[in-house]
Ligand binder design. Structure first.
Ligand code: UGA
Length: 439
């Protein structure tokens, strides 16, 4: 099929490249010429395992090209995906201006029957909004259909998630348009759920909100575990073994960040508000998430007797492993707080250092975890990178000024850490030593 994908962020680029790898003629569209140049040279503009190889293969097979013209690309395509950003506005509701602009330009390119697919994460009613914009530009109603096809890929495993999805959700008014999408995805051998536009849009928000709720639930439990001396890892294993609950997304720690959960939970709350429901449960989900990092900072601050004149090593900056994305990363809250109270930060990350450096030039950036803990008063595990899991903890303890380790992602075992000479605190397992250290 002839496909255009407007927007070359995570969702757009991965979708475009995967569809090209399945043998479709795909045009990836963006107004950022620099990004397009990189893609057309076979380079991935974002860090995502496997993406660059797939771009190169699709380019050399002749299935992938790039364009900065939405109008021309829409004209040349049977199906046009909208995959542009919907960042949160001040009040938490998503800003749909990019979706609106793109819809208007697509309308200008439609000459024959075209399916316009909304892949951006959008609130209920956005499918109708896009259809109305296209109609308002004079495109006859029988010349296009709007379909909602939300995306469930995760950063860091985006290619695999797209090639092997758990489910494909298609929301459409016209069953024939839905069927076109079913055919497009047929090579993935995955069940497609066909529903109406509003339900498809709601499924996306509700899925991300539910996953965030699951994490906040286990994080709330982690606070109780610390108080009563229980272990949240064992508790999560015991709870998750119930197949009705499941073990995924029950890993306690510093909480969720990234470009999706924070935005979509707030989006779900604002959508609910719009339809007359006060989703208080999700407000609490956000509060619990915020409290995880705040509590850890309090613990470190108490033990160090304040941050002034202290050096804290951060192991990890990205919002999660296998990405250089730092949007709503917990590391940024830690950096702001520690620097703001007169402390110093020495940080490392396998891929996200350059991105953070632009915003926080006062942090000392290090090449290795060993370098970042050297002379530090405390170390914090912020991101669960595999690269940090097998570190020589005795060496870490030896390099630090005070061998204090705060594990915000629970990647080490207490026995191992303590045997290595570290004073070790992991979120969700027993109370930390709160006695202030001498300055
Ligand atoms: C999330 C969803 O998982 C995807 O299905 C969805 O497509 C995507 O948002 C989106 O809407 O685009 P992503 O934000 O890439 O994907 O990352 P996740 O793997 O879901 O992790 C989100 C956050 O939760 C991270 O900060 C991670 O560290 C944290 N997390 C995850 C936990 O703290 N505990 C867990 O058990 C799992």
């Amino acid at each position: 099929m002839k496909i255009a994908v407007v927007g070359t962020g995570y969702v757009g680029l991965v979708t475009g490249v995967v569809l090209a790898s399945l043998g479709n003629d795909v045009i990836c569209v963006d107004k950022d010429r620099e990004k397009l140049d990189r893609i057309s040279k076979g380079q991935a503009p974002i860090y995502e395992p496997g993406l660059e190889e797939l771009i190169q293969r699709s380019l050399s097979d002749g299935y992938l090209r790039v364009s900065d013209s939405i109008i021309d690309s829409a004209r040349a395509s049977d199906i046009v995906f909208i995959a542009v950003g919907t960042p949160p506005a001040e009040d938490g509701s998503p800003d749909l201006s990019a979706v609106r602009e793109v819809a208007a330009e697509i309308a200008a390119g439609i000459e024959s029957y075209t399916i316009v697919v909304n892949k951006s994460t959008v609130p209920v009613g956005s499918g109708d909004l896009v259809a109305n914009i296209i109609l308002s530009k004079g495109v006859p109603a029988d010349r296009f259909d709007v379909v909602s096809n939300p995306e469930f890929l995760r950063e860091g495993s985006a290619i695999r998630d797209t090639l092997e999805p758990d489910r494909i959700v298609i929301g459409a008014k016209n069953p024939e348009a839905a069927q076109m999408l079913v055919e497009l995805y047929a090579p993935l051998n995955c069940k497609a759920f066909i529903t109406d536009l509003n339900t498809a849009e709601l499924i996306k928000y509700a899925s991300n909100s539910f996953l965030a709720l699951k994490i906040s639930f286990i994080n709330a439990l982690s606070q109780i575990c610390e108080a009563c001396g229980a272990d949240v890892g064992d508790a999560a294993a015991g709870i998750g073994a119930d197949s009705r609950i499941g073990s995924a997304f029950l890993h306690a720690g510093l909480g969720w960040g990234g470009s999706c959960f924070p935005k979509d939970v707030r989006g779900m709350i604002s959508t609910s508000q719009q339809f007359g429901y006060d989703f208080r449960l999700l407000k609490e989900v956000i509060d619990i998430n915020d409290s995880q990092v705040a509590r850890l900072l309090d613990r470190i601050e108490n033990r160090l007797g304040g941050f002034a004149g202290r050096t804290v090593a951060l192991l990890g900056l990205a919002f999660k492993a296998n990405t250089d994305d730092i949007r709503e990363a917990r590391s940024l809250i830690l950096i702001e707080h520690i620097l703001g109270r007169g402390g110093k930060v020495q940080a490392c990350d396998p891929v996200a250092v350059d991105v953070v450096r632009r915003f926080y030039p006062d942090v000392t950036y290090c090449h290795t975890p060993y370098e970042s803990v050297t002379g530090a008063d405390a170390a914090v595990v912020v991101t669960e990178w595999n690269e940090f899991k097998q570190l020589d903890l005795a060496r870490i303890a030896g390099l630090m000024k005070q061998p204090l380790m705060f594990d915000g992602r629970r990647i080490y075992s207490r026995e191992k850490a303590e045997r290595a000479g570290l004073e070790y605190f992991a979120i969700g397992s027993s109370a930390p030593n709160e006695a202030p250290l001498p300055t």
